[in-house]
Design a protein around this ligand. Structure first.
Ligand SMILES: Cc1cc2nc3c(=O)[nH]c(=O)nc-3n(C[C@H](O)[C@H](O)[C@H](O)COP(=O)(O)O)c2cc1C
Length: 190
């Protein structure tokens, strides 16, 4: 069962308009909080930006502006269309959240916290899948735009991802062709 869920989960950001309820999001976040975490620091923090909420609009605008300013080697037209696309994708996502990791007492703990928070996101995605919900994890524009304190994150939290969440358009979301390198190519048995 778990193996099946792990293998059939796929990234998606192509969603229907169906809303994702807060109770479904709570189930996903609770699953996230059961991730392993060294010293029980529970280092994850989740910031959910409600659909059509002011904060979602504000973040979408920040990401728009960042994209416009930072897109490499573009024409003005390309910059604006990419910026608009990034903005609209955030506005349209049925659910959207940031996941942050808090700092530890030292670099070692901070790194452990980050690793634990990445595990938490994987738990969240598997829980989502069990509810028929898809997730797209991004460390791209919505994170690079550094919205941190604007959404209520503490200045020293590390952003681990922005999650686009919704019911996948494709009904075959669990069976698309996906490939991984064979175990023998990534494992040293000694
Ligand atoms: C840390 C991390 C960051 C990611 N950032 C992005 C991103 O910025 N944009 C994107 O399209 N996908 C992003 N992804 C999704 C990966 O591209 C995706 O997991 C990969 O293509 C494998 O597909 P799968 O998740 O369906 O197995 C990210 C995944 C991880 C784990």
């Amino acid at each position: 069962m778990v193996l099946d869920a792990i293998q059939t989960r796929r990234t998606t950001r192509d969603f229907t308009d169906d809303p994702v309820s807060n109770s479904a999001l709570e189930i996903m976040i609770e699953a996230a909080t059961w991730a392993p975490n060294h010293r029980n620091t529970e280092p994850w923090r989740f910031i959910v930006l409600s659909k059509d909420g002011e904060m979602r609009k504000k973040v979408a605008q920040i990401v728009h502006d960042w994209t416009y300013e930072n897109l490499k080697n573009p024409s003005d037209e390309r910059r604006e269309s990419s910026a608009k696309y990034a903005q609209q994708e955030i506005l349209d996502a049925p659910a959207f959240m940031y996941v942050y990791s808090i700092h530890g007492r030292d670099d070692e703990m901070t790194q452990e916290n980050y690793a634990a928070t990445a595990c938490a996101i994987q738990n969240l995605m598997l829980a989502a899948q069990s509810l028929g919900v898809g997730v797209g994890w991004s460390t791209g524009k919505p994170c690079l735009a550094n919205v941190g304190t604007a959404v209520g994150a503490e200045p020293d939290w590390d952003v681990v991802g922005a999650l686009y969440i919704g019911y996948p358009v494709k009904t075959d979301i669990n069976t698309p062709q996906a490939k991984r390198t064979p175990v023998s190519d990534v494992t040293i048995w000694s």
